[in-house]
Design a protein around this ligand. Structure first.
Ligand code: TMP
Length: 216
């Protein structure tokens, strides 16, 4: 039973931890799982990630940024996501096309129709079956993200964390707008300890799997 789950949310919402926990749980239930992330997920896309998230790249213009996300995605979908789905895996991806709509579209103000077209080109039409949107106010998320960067080796990946709070408010509201428009979204309250949030995610995923199994 191959399907594609994506995690989305603002900086510091706890996605990456929850991706790991969900994968561990599904693997424990003997399901074949592949976890991956965007931007990145394979060597070429990881190289693009370094350009995108390097805080020294202040000269990167929004349209170039958009095209780099699309380029990384095209490689990642072809090299990783599609083969894994074809082999019957559950693919769990930390961010995907909705991140481009939320950050480059609602955050930066780039044309949503253009982004939809580029997403289509980059993915060849591959879409998530379930999108878990971990929601929390940006001031709380940013505090966590900044703390994480101080304590981890990822300190150089902070370009978006330097954006004003107003930018992150736009991103959050953009995500919530996307969620209202598409039934594949499930909005998860990202407040609370890791286990509490994991329980909410598990309930949503179990419900999704049950619906899938019930399909004729
Ligand atoms: P991460 O911190 O969740 O790994 O995501 C990396 C950053 O890239 C994060 O600030 C959000 C940003 N991003 C976009 O702006 N557009 C995109 O399409 C994707 C996938 C990520």
């Amino acid at each position: 039973m191959a399907f594609f789950i994506t995690f989305e949310g603002i900086e510091g919402c706890g996605k990456s931890t929850q991706v790991g926990l969900l994968a561990k749980r599904l693997i424990g239930c003997r399901m074949p799982v592949l976890t991956t992330r965007e931007p990145g997920g394979c060597p070429i896309a990881d190289a693009v990630r370094q350009i995108l998230l390097d805080p020294a790249n202040t000269a990167l213009v929004p349209r170039a940024e958009l095209l780099l996300y699309a380029a990384a995605r095209a490689q990642h979908v072809s090299e990783v996501v599609v083969p894994a789905l074809q082999q019957g895996s559950i693919v769990i991806c930390d961010r995907f096309t909705d991140a481009t709509l939320a950050y480059q579209g609602f955050g930066r103000g780039l044309d949503i129709e253009l982004i939809l077209t580029l997403n289509q080109v980059a993915t060849g039409g591959v879409q998530p079956d379930l999108t878990l949107l971990l929601d929390m106010p940006p001031d709380e998320g940013l505090k966590r993200a900044i703390q994480r960067n101080i304590t981890s080796a990822l300190g150089h990946e902070e370009r978006f964390e330097k954006e004003a709070l107003e930018f992150h408010e736009k991103v959050r509201n953009g995500y919530l707008q996307l969620a209202r428009q598409d039934a594949r979204f499930c909005v998860i309250d990202a407040h609370g300890d890791i286990d509490t949030v994991a329980d909410r995610i598990n309930r949503a995923v179990d419900k999704f799997i049950a619906t899938r199994k019930a399909r004729p």
